[in-house]
Design a protein around this ligand. Sequence first.
Ligand SMILES: [Cu+2]
Length: 261
Amino acid sequence: MKQFLITAITSIVLFSSCKKDDTPEYNSNIKAPLSIEFDNVAGSSDLELDGGYKTANGDSIYITKLKYYVSNFKLTRTDGTVYTVPQEDSYFLVDESDEATHEAELEIPEGEYKTLSFTLGVDSLRSTMDISQRTGVLDPAGAGADMYWTWNSGYIFFKLEGTSPQSMMGDVMYHIGGFGGYSSSTINNIKTITLDLSTRGVPKVKSGKQTNVHLFVDALKMFTGATNVSIAANPMVMFDPFSISIANNYVSMFKHDHTEN
Ligand SMILES: [Cu+2]
């Protein structure tokens, strides 16, 4: 009887201590899926191709194309340690016209993460690598074909095209790139984006489930910030010093909206 009581009490204690522990156990040796969703918007509206929008300057724009590279993902755990996604698995080309490209699928160690950081564009190291190291979305003869300047051997990081009544020729074209070139005196528009994930839902990454960090990307931010962009004055910007002002504006287009845990 005494033996039975001890066993019973022990199992109650074990059972209840097990039940009380409702924080999920993470194993940082196990990798689990985390998707980063790039949900393109235009101000407070969802972005639709051929949709008409107003810029901060009051200009009208009909956006027909929006594409940009995101790469070099890094995540900081709630305990402050950092996980860097292996570089080969870290290049994505978001294309508004192709739904399948709106999520960057990552595999990262189980855990809770408070900060997300990534490059908007393609880092200079990869930009100058042999063509054999630039495959998939970086293949200038394939998926990256309209995102590469052969004359400049560099990627277009961000491309927005459309039409506007404020443009003298009707078209608008913003092709923003510039990795710094082979000498440091050329345009460098590589931007690092860092987003706090702690206030709108910390992702709890665990194997056996899909976790999604949902970002809003406001394309109209390229027209406003330190420089208000007038379409009449700058309907076409490519590899040009004014691209620096546009890139300084569009760094603020990313916002963490929520997380699906
Ligand atoms: Cu969502």
